[in-house]
Design a protein around this ligand. Structure first.
Ligand code: NDP
Length: 465
């Protein structure tokens, strides 16, 4: 049973892309800020050695955030190396020796999901699982069936509380602030229901394409890459009920209730798009029907949310890089002033990136004789500071055994249940021009709810009303 702090960090995939971009910098930050002092055992194939792994770590730090000399030196000192292929049992025998007296290793699987079963089998056979935790990277399956299968494999070796599924979005400061802002204030809760809220929309816009990762992306697409996980998590934090306390399961129970209330999507609830030029990207099938854009309409069957539509839009090659939420409140019941015709007289606006904004939209009267007004935004919070990197927070939590910010098996499966009916090519994919807001069909999806709010970055905290 793993209730104690982990005492070794076993790093599968230490030579990979994710390790390079995120994990070495997070480990350096943990060493600097959190007195991280565990052996880090990197496992890589035969043409590597410890020196090469140290060089790789330093190169990663140089390129992603910079070297902090003292911490980088300590990181290199903590690094150990096991040479071998994951298909070879000798790799795990060697790992067992290297673990020495460690009683609570944390096995971090920054590897393709197709290798998970091989690796946990190898760990089991070499007796590396006693007292262990495992951290797995998304995707947690490709659909409901494969998600169940993945959970089945993991549960053969680990109890659910020892499995840490990383969705790095949950480690982001502004995403945590959504939850904090909702439940640390009494302001929102009386309004946060079908009586006052007309609709919610979440936009995750990227102003770039697949950035050389065409082969990876073409097997995934926008729905699997960011909607099933990041966007659904944001939606859950916006709409779930208040947890009874801050424990990991209290939070995750509320999320599960929320996912359970979501209706399974029907083809009419989704628009898929693909930017023009995608088929020429390296690694992309010439006849690919994979979506680089998705817009979805979601309904929840609860007393709180019945009848309120929720919209999610995520896409590549859109005009800006920005993630934000717009919560539209219902209009006043009676229109006394002629100029009040906007579909978003009152709204809450949460920008999650590139800067962090929490604001409330309202109208105020313009000075003068006429009863005419203009929209204003009351900015509660605007922050451009760099945040604690999500991986620093999440890996630190996993080492401590705190699973609050990790997704649970049941929620993962419920999220797939919602999306399962519209996965693959069941819904046509429409072309859109790079630099546009996606295919025009996406506008029709939300027309009855006041249309999309297309984020503008200048000025930074203004909603387009
Ligand atoms: P890469 O393909 O870059 O790296 C995979 C790693 O696994 C490499 O270190 C590779 O070693 C190792 N590996 C694979 N098969 C074997 C084997 N048989 N024996 C030994 N080593 C093996 O993948 P990523 O780093 O991009 O992704 C890893 C995981 O993280 C995936 O689950 C991915 O979905 C997830 N992820 C990645 C993100 C990213 O930005 N890259 C973002 C979010 C999640 P070698 O170098 O020797 O081939």
């Amino acid at each position: 049973m793993a209730t104690a702090k982990s005492d070794a960090f076993v790093f599968f995939g230490a030579t990979g892309d994710l390790a390079y971009k995120q994990i070495f910098p997070a480990l350096q930050a943990l060493i600097r800020n959190d007195h991280f002092d565990l052996p880090i055992i990197g496992i890589a194939r035969s043409d590597w050695n410890l020196e090469r792994l140290r060089e790789r770590a330093r190169a990663s730090l140089r390129e992603h955030g910079g070297i902090h000399e003292q911490a980088a030196r300590k990181l290199c000192r903590l690094l150990q190396f096991v040479n071998g292929d994951y298909n070879d049992p000798a790799t795990f025998t060697q790992l067992r020796k290297t673990l020495g007296e460690a009683k609570h290793p944390l096995h971090y699987l920054a590897i393709p999901p197709s290798m998970f079963e091989t690796v946990v089998n190898g760990l089991d056979a070499a007796e590396c699982l006693h007292g262990a935790r495992v951290v797995v990277e998304k995707p947690f399956g490709r659909d409901l069936k494969s998600a169940r299968e993945l959970n089945r494999v993991l549960h053969r070796f680990f109890r659910e509380q020892d499995i840490f599924r990383i969705d790095h979005y949950l480690g982001k400061e502004p995403v945590q602030n959504l939850q904090y802002f909702r439940f640390a204030n009494s302001l929102l809760e009386p309004l946060w229901n079908r009586d006052h809220i007309a609709s919610m929309q979440i936009t995750m816009a990227e102003n770039f394409g697949v950035q050389g990762r065409g082969k990876f992306y073409d097997e995934v697409g926008a729905i699997r890459d960011v909607v099933q996980n990041h966007m659904f998590q944001v939606l859950a934090l916006l709409t779930m009920g208040a947890p009874v306390n801050r424990s990991a399961d209290a939070m995750r129970d509320e999320k599960l209730r929320l996912f359970r209330s979501m209706r399974s999507l029907q083809p009419g609830d989704i628009v898929r798009g693909q930017f023009e030029g995608y088929l020429k990207e390296h690694g992309v099938a010439r006849d690919s029907k994979v979506e680089t854009f998705a817009a979805l309409r979601i309904h929840m069957d609860t007393w709180r949310w019945a009848g309120v539509p929720f919209f999610i839009r995520a896409g590549k090659e859109l005009p800006v890089k920005c993630t934000e939420v717009l919560v539209r409140l219902k209009n006043p019941p009676q229109q006394i002033f002629d100029d009040v015709d906007s579909s978003a007289v009152n709204f809450f606006h949460f920008r999650l990136s590139p800067d962090v904004v929490i604001s409330l939209g309202a109208r105020v009267k313009q000075p003068g004789e006429e009863m005419k007004g203009h929209p204003v935004e009351l900015v509660a919070h605007h922050d451009t500071h760099t945040e604690m990197a999500p991986y620093e927070r999440l890996l630190g939590d996993a080492i401590d055994g705190d699973s609050t910010l990790f997704t649970r098996d049941d929620s993962v499966e419920e999220a797939w249940r919602v999306l399962d009916p519209i996965l693959g090519d069941r819904v046509p994919v429409h072309k859109y021009k790079p630099g546009s807001w996606g295919p025009k069909q996406a506008d029709a999806l939300i027309a009855d709810a006041g249309g999309w709010n297309n984020p503008r970055l200048d000025p930074p905290h203004r909603v387009n009303t």
